[in-house]
Design a protein around this ligand. Structure first.
Ligand SMILES: [Ca+2]
Length: 288
């Protein structure tokens, strides 16, 4: 028996066309939303980057070095630490078998006192704590406390990792280890009591080297770059980016190593800067 063909569902012509329009309309809205979503997805990172970059650029000052005076620096000194104390520069130097502590006259650059450390240690940064100097070593994970007058060894502290730069902000020691992190240490026990990660416009700043504490900030040489960064110790934000390139003449540059060594004179608001094996030291300010 033949099945009766079911009558086709009757759709009024007008309604059919109207349904088709609704479908087309919905498809257009969907497509538009898709395109809009894709555009937002593509450009959102750039927009947010621009927004944060704009904010950060305002808070990072780019400065240059104004040289007020230049004087001789021992070109055999592999400078690792530099501070000013009672009108004299105290300098520590590195390399195995050559590391020592020196007292220099900043008027002439003359080395007035020099005491070597054991050839087993590679000297690094120094900081003053009252009448003692704390000196880091590169890989031995030991810091020495030395008398500030005679440089006689008084005490040894142990720590983990490498030792690079050191300074005393009046409350604690600030230490660098070649990474972007600054470690805070107790002034007496040398125990780790905190730290901060250093960033410039959100980007970690590696290889922070010699340090100089000035108020709530620290100035840091960046290893292998002619750059000094001023860092806010609370946030780790770089607030000043100092271009210290081009200080040495072409003749002076022969055989030298990297910029390293920064000391602050609070009475005259001036800095002393030099480098490893540099024949010259500079008395400077950082200017716009
Ligand atoms: Ca220093």
């Amino acid at each position: 028996m033949r099945r009766k063909r079911r009558p086709e569902r009757w759709i009024p012509a007008g309604r059919y066309h109207s349904n088709q329009r609704v479908v087309r309309h919905a498809a257009s809205i969907f497509l538009a939303a898709l395109v809009f979503g894709a555009v937002v997805w593509m450009f959102l990172p750039a927009w947010s980057q621009t927004a944060s970059g704009f904010q950060s650029e305002e808070s990072v000052r780019e400065l240059r070095v104004e040289v007020h005076r230049r004087f001789p620096h021992d070109p055999t000194a592999y400078t690792q630490g530099l501070i000013l104390f009672e009108g004299k520069l105290l300098e520590s130097t590195g390399r195995y078998g050559q590391s020592d502590l020196r007292r220099l006259d900043p008027a002439t650059g003359t080395v007035e006192q020099r005491v070597g450390i054991s050839p087993a240690f590679f000297g690094e940064g120094i900081a003053r704590v009252e009448d003692r100097l704390i000196m880091l070593t590169y890989k031995a994970q030991r810091a020495f406390a030395l008398g500030i007058e005679q440089f006689d060894q008084l005490e040894t502290f142990r720590y983990r990792g490498e030792g690079w730069g050191l300074c005393n902000d009046g409350r604690r020691l600030i230490m660098s280890n070649g990474s972007s992190r600054l470690t805070f240490r107790d002034l007496q026990s040398f125990e780790e009591i905190g730290g901060v990660d250093v960033t410039l416009r959100g980007v970690p700043q590696m290889q922070l080297n010699e340090l100089e504490c000035v108020g709530d900030t620290v100035y840091a040489n960046v290893y292998q770059r002619d750059i000094i960064l001023r860092i806010d110790l609370e946030s780790g934000d770089v607030t000043e980016y100092i271009d210290a390139s081009g200080l040495l003449t072409r003749e002076e540059s022969r055989g030298v190593d990297v910029l390293n060594g920064i000391a602050y004179d609070p009475d005259r608001d001036r800095f002393y800067i030099t480098g490893k094996l540099w024949p010259t030291m500079f008395e400077v300010t950082f200017e716009e």
